[in-house]
Design a protein around this ligand. Structure first.
Ligand code: SAM
Length: 281
């Protein structure tokens, strides 16, 4: 069954009485060049792959060809009518129905991938929770090697930006703390059914064994990062003192000691500067 073929998809969905739910970010891939590229970038024959949101299984089937095992987590139980048919030939795939944000992923990884050399995440993510899913995967410090995901193009640019550049946000700094990041390729909106209003891109995050910067208190570092980007038009001194309640004088002195202007904006600081500032305040 060719799961990227529009006629096949339409037939499958019609026979199951399935209609797309925008609220679940349901845009299914109908471009047969995309999934093989994602699968190749994400895994090899020794990898256990965790997929989030298989939809009708178009990416799942490609991952199944390359990986040792695939566990796919799908929230929409209406797909119980479709996935057993579309993945009937994929012996190394298991589908778990549930919310990827709520399930115990560490337990799932331990239970299913004990015999795999490494574990990776690969998904065409539901766009309404792209950043929360990526942050959850990173913050839980799961035993995974990489995350290869399709996200909206703008989100890809933000997630993979340099910290200290205009495109960066708090999420950029958070991702940079845990992973090396790269945009692999872009995907046109026309590659999906229904077509969304924006183009997409596939990114790969390679999880770092250690953060690239030293911070003694991660919680404090991330609070500072969030505060720095909370009000982008304001100076760092104003936004951080408003958000975290730190004296302006303390912040000014810390910035000057780091050789930075006391009128600098939070978004202009590099990872190293953010780390040093967090140690000083
Ligand atoms: N992988 C398929 C593809 O590429 O065509 C579908 C991708 S679609 C963009 C996102 C999928 O994620 C949908 O199947 C949707 O039902 C599912 N989904 C949405 N929220 C989810 C959640 N919290 N946990 C697991 N799956 C979810």
């Amino acid at each position: 069954m060719k799961l990227s073929d529009i006629k096949t998809v339409e037939g499958l969905l019609k026979s199951a009485g399935f209609s797309f739910k925008k609220s679940l970010g349901q845009n299914f891939l109908i471009d047969d060049s995309v999934c093989p590229r994602m699968a190749k970038a994400a895994c090899d024959e020794n990898t256990g792959v965790l997929e989030i949101g298989p939809g009708i299984g178009v990416l799942t089937a490609e991952l199944s060809k390359v990986a040792k095992k695939v566990v796919a987590i799908e929230l929409d139980e209406r797909l119980k009518k479709i996935l057993p048919k579309t993945l009937a030939d994929c012996d190394n795939v298991e589908v778990i129905f549930g919310d990827a944000m709520k399930l115990d992923l560490e337990k799932i990884i331990k239970e299913h991938f004990a015999d795999c050399e490494k574990v990776a995440v690969c998904a065409n993510l539901p766009y309404y929770i792209t950043s929360p899913i990526i942050m959850m995967l990173l913050e839980k410090k799961l035993p995974i090697e990489s995350i290869t995901v399709m996200v909206q193009k703008e989100a890809a640019e933000r997630l993979c930006a340099e910290v200290g550049s205009r495109e960066a946000g708090a999420v950029t700094a958070a991702v940079s703390f845990y992973a090396e990041k790269e945009i692999l390729f872009e995907v046109s909106r026309k590659s999906f059914m229904p077509a969304p209003n924006v183009d997409s891109a596939v990114i790969k995050l390679n999880i770092l064994p250690e953060p690239p910067i030293k911070v003694t208190n991660e919680k404090k570092f991330f609070s500072l990062v969030k505060a720095c980007f909370a009000q982008r038009r304001k100076t760092l001194v104003n936004t951080v003192s408003n958000t975290l309640g730190i004296e302006k004088e303390t912040l000014r002195n810390a910035l000057l000691e780091l050789g930075l202007s006391d009128t600098v904006r939070g978004e202009a600081l590099t990872m190293e500067e953010l780390a040093k500032l967090s140690e000083k305040i």
